[in-house]
Design a protein around this ligand. Sequence first.
Ligand SMILES: NC(=O)c1ccc[n+]([C@@H]2O[C@H](COP(=O)([O-])OP(=O)(O)OC[C@H]3O[C@@H](n4cnc5c(N)ncnc54)[C@H](OP(=O)(O)O)[C@@H]3O)[C@@H](O)[C@H]2O)c1
Length: 328
Amino acid sequence: MKALLCKTLGPAENLVLEDIEPEALGPAAVRVRVHAAGVNFPDTLVIEGKYQFKPPLPFSPGAEMAGTITEVGAKVSQYAVGDRVMGVFTHGCYREEVVVPAAGVIPVPEGMSLDQAAVFPMAYGTSYHALAQRAELQAGESVLVLGAAGGVGLAAVELAKAMGAGKVIAAVGSEDKFAVCREHGADEVINYREESLRERVKALTGGQGVDVIYDPVGGDAFDEAVRCLGWRGRLLVIGFASGRIPELAANRLLIKGAAAVGVFWGAFAMREPARNQQNFAELAELWAAGKLSPRIAARYPLAEVPRALDDLLGRRVQGKLLVEVADV
Ligand SMILES: NC(=O)c1ccc[n+]([C@@H]2O[C@H](COP(=O)([O-])OP(=O)(O)OC[C@H]3O[C@@H](n4cnc5c(N)ncnc54)[C@H](OP(=O)(O)O)[C@@H]3O)[C@@H](O)[C@H]2O)c1
């Protein structure tokens, strides 16, 4: 089986495509023929050894995939050969076949293609958990999404609308990203590299600020966004794609009766699996109702994952990147 391997920690150009032996199947595991894999920002960190989790070398990066089950372990009763599944793991998805715990995969919703499923669970799982459990988003509330054309950001824009938010404001780093944010539900769009986030949000909310801020960017954007919080606002700390982990002056929360709320979807899925399953059942309903449309911005063969990661780090992506694995 072909697998993209990280044999030494470092930049993406060090990744190599090799033939490796299939893995043994444990009793609680399933073997999945990977159709496609999604590209995510943490992939860039894992291969550099800069992520929370450091897999032993050599390993395949790639945190997200969709495919078809080809074999089930002796103790697996909930899946059968031929079932279409998707899943998120710390690494290991940039290869033709994965062996993963049956408890870690999710059925692909009816009518969703395997391509769409390969870019679905990380972005929508994270953003739904963030907005539903961490922000406790209420109908009619306003939401500001930073990095709004990125993987998790665009899903957050779409979900906020689907969950009944009032005004959804998308903030991005270039104007060519405005249209895609609007197509996915944004009412207003701000270029935070050119405009003052604080002034624009103030103007758009009648001076009130926003109820919920979704921040996967950190750095300068976070510093500005904190000043956009409305009364009883919730600032969701999703990630630090800018490369700088910001610091927060606690008085900013005090004066707005506001809260900064950490979001770690991977840990939530491990610690609260029943609630996570329920989230995916609710996401499947939103999908069936036609309210979600995962956006595939570009496609790459397995050998060109380094180029995909370079495009991601270059801030050139609108939506998600797909790695086509099946016909490698
Ligand atoms: N907490 C969780 O559970 C969880 C789960 C998944 C992902 N995350 C985190 O969420 C963040 C986004 O992940 P993603 O997969 O959605 O990434 P992505 O598609 O690359 O989106 C990140 C966005 O950040 C913005 N950005 C600002 N400065 C950047 C820089 N220096 N380099 C790259 N992007 C920059 C870009 O938008 P503009 O150019 O428009 O500013 C880009 O669209 C990452 O930090 C990731 O680790 C967290």
